[in-house]
Design a protein around this ligand. Sequence first.
Ligand SMILES: N[C@@H](CCC(=O)N[C@@H](CS)C(=O)NCC(=O)O)C(=O)O
Length: 311
Amino acid sequence: METLPNASSLILHHYDASPFSQKALMMLGIKDVAWYSALMPMMPPKEEIAALTGGYRGTPVLQVGSDIYVDSQLIARELDRLLPEPPLVPVVHGAMERMLVRWSDAFFRSGLGIVLGVALPFWPEEFRKDREHLFPDIDFGAAADNLVQARTQYRAHAALLDEQLSDGRSFLMGARPGLADVQAWPFIWMLRANLPDQATALLAGFRHLQAWETRCAAIGQGSRVELPPVDALAVALATAPLTLEKIDAADAQGLQAGQWVTVTPEDTRRGTVEGTVVVATPTCIALRRSHAAVGEVVVHFPRLGYRVTPR
Ligand SMILES: N[C@@H](CCC(=O)N[C@@H](CS)C(=O)NCC(=O)O)C(=O)O
């Protein structure tokens, strides 16, 4: 791969410890593609990603020139659009693997419950405060009491995976890995990496799952080249967004092109972005905005799980 990224290079803004980043890494591995890795800190200040997105601080975020794709849901769509083979979601699978996103979030929450129940007392104070802000719906004071329930939920989710694999298939939807595996494996990885004793105990007896886990880990990340985040911002500054206007005539909010809105995730406080509507479809909302460090960019969000508020 060339050492300097250009307008069509894939640049992933992320940090490796995040299971949602692992979703994006696994997608890039399935595609077996070359990409640039721009690392962000795990907590604010997160200046570069904030400049690029206009205030969304989360991981993963995919940048292609001046088009910025927030959330693993949209990253999956964009990667299949740019690089159709092999597909993350084969056409014959319809949208079922995308629908798994809510199941995937529930699996994450069970894993997070275990991590909080076991490891919270060892977290640095500053990190705990940041995560308490991030997850307003979680009672951190009750994390230890919730541990048994979180472990039970986690094993119930894992049992579904083992059952799905029990006919001897290699991956969740058949012979090839795809988005269904991406929705699931990062949360197995999360427990194995952070609390291996918990993982061993809770995945005990799930031999189909364990064999699948090894296959998923072997997929890798494609070819990764590290890129200083400021260089990623320079790519945005040197390019222009390619997204064309597209508005759903039956939009549930009646959104119009050029309208000023804010977009914010509904599940955690990953930040609010303000701009003018370029795309409003049932699955995507994209805003045009600008910043001195990146010039004009279009920031794309999924519609599912995000709130759009007219200003
Ligand atoms: N629905 C989002 C969820 C992303 C998410 O919650 N990521 C967490 C890390 S695991 C995050 O960004 N936390 C805030 C931060 O790292 O600053 C996606 O699929 O991309």
